[in-house]
Design a protein around this ligand. Structure first.
Ligand SMILES: NC(=O)NCCC[C@H](N)C(=O)O
Length: 412
């Protein structure tokens, strides 16, 4: 294993503590699977020019390394994980569990994948397997499926590592993705966190089979305070479940459940707002005044009961509820764009989706001129990256990064 060392500390208690280690996924062959007929189902708005997307992503990774951030690549971690035989067996069994395969084809593919090298297997699990790529083993299912049907779906949204796992203090939450096109991603992140030596012994919360929670909805507003968007992806039951777990493990004292419109433009809370300082948030102004939050805290279990009781407040304006929970006078809002149309365009282009590298330093797509100018006016250093091709999957710097280690912020 060359790219990683064993058992370092993994920890994140905020959005803005100095970023030390991040997991990215360099876009690969899975993006070459996108066609005009499957891109909607696979949650891409267009067909990215893959080589350019890779260049843009390499520049993103380089900008992080230039700030002394350790970059881990999901595919490298996966290939290293698959060196273990138990991990290979598990990955093959779960990867081929779809009922559309049938027993004959499943057995054939399973034998073929057992002969693959770890990096070939990682490639098949991420780029998928098309019917016409199967040589031999022909049976009823392969004959009846169309030649370009996928036997194992590609995972083009692996690019958005934010969504498939979240570190909350020293625990990692394996999320449970709502959209069928993304569900298999968390089988891979779970495998990495279970079997890769770097993560051996990591404590866990949640799981891919649990209520839907996506990482893009989870914002670590401050140590002990977590905002969770509830909308197209994370469900009310998902928030309840995660809140219970973070309280039970003493990872947070307050969860803010934040309803967001169930639309593609606002698929996750981090498409609407992200923190750029301990008390500054870049936010889509068209929703800022209507965004509400339910403040959730834990009460002691009733006598004779084990289960934590969740105390749920009345809905309040999000910015007020957040400032109260964070113990600050005000959470200052920096608007995306100057007028509603620019704001709508820049929100769509992930202007709100920044990745903080430290308090007052954030990575942002260069295309969002007005948002970036407003961030700079507010004293934020903006590290601009290109995203013309990366953006076709509808995610920005925050979506494309899973912080594994950030320096702790002092508790308020
Ligand atoms: N946190 C995020 O907003 N992630 C972006 C996910 C984009 C992806 N194409 C999706 O629809 O899930």
């Amino acid at each position: 294993m060359t790219s990683t060392h064993e058992n370092p500390t993994h920890y994140a208690d905020s959005e803005v503590g100095r970023l030390r280690t991040v997991m990215l996924h360099r876009p690969g062959d899975e993006l070459k699977r996108l066609t005009p007929r499957n891109n909607d189902r696979l949650l891409f708005d267009g067909l990215p020019w893959v080589a350019r997307a890779q260049e843009e992503h390499d520049a993103f990774a380089e900008a992080l390394r230039a700030r002394d951030v350790e970059v881990l690549y999901l595919t490298e971690l996966l290939a290293e994980t698959l060196e273990s035989e138990s991990a290979r067996n598990h990955a093959i069994t779960t990867g081929l569990s779809g009922l559309h395969l049938g027993d004959t084809l499943r057995t054939y593919l399973s034998r073929a994948l057992r002969d693959a090298t770890p990096s070939e297997l990682a490639g098949h699990l991420t780029a998928g397997i098309r019917n016409d790529e199967v040589r031999g083993g022909h049976g009823l299912v392969t004959s009846l499926l169309a030649s370009d049907d996928f036997l194992v779906d590609p995972l083009p949204n692996l690019l958005f590592t934010r969504d498939s796992s979240v570190w909350v203090r020293n625990r990692v939450a394996i999320t449970s993705l709502a959209m069928p096109a993304r569900r298999r991603e968390t089988q891979l992140t779970e495998l990495i966190y279970t079997e890769h030596p770097r993560f051996a012994g990591s404590l866990r919360i949640h799981g891919w089979h649990a209520e839907h929670v996506e990482g893009g909805d989870v914002l670590l507003l401050a140590p002990g305070v977590i905002a969770i968007g509830v909308g197209e992806r994370t469900t009310p039951a998902g928030v309840e479940s995660l809140a219970r777990q973070v309280f039970h493990a003493d990872l947070a004292h307050t969860v803010l459940a934040v309803p967001i419109a169930q639309e593609r433009a606002t698929m996750h809370l981090d498409t609407i707002c992200t923190l750029v300082d301990v008390d500054k948030i870049v936010m889509y102004p068209n929703v800022a005044h209507t965004l509400q939050a339910y403040t959730v805290t834990a009460a002691d279990p009733a006598a004779g009961e084990d289960e934590l009781v969740l105390r749920v407040g009345e809905p309040r304006p999000f910015l007020e509820a957040a400032a109260d929970a964070m113990g600050i006078d005000q959470l200052h809002q920096i608007d995306t764009g100057l007028d509603p149309v620019t704001a709508e365009r820049e929100q769509w282009d992930d202007g709100n989706n920044t990745l903080a590298l430290a308090p007052r330093v954030a990575v942002a797509y260069e295309r969002n001129d007005e948002t970036n100018a407003r961030l700079e006016d507010a004293g934020i250093e903006v590290v601009r990256i290109a995203g013309s091709e990366l953006g076709s999957g509808r995610g920005g710097p925050r979506c494309m990064s899973c912080p594994v280690t950030r320096d702790p912020l002092p508790t308020a």
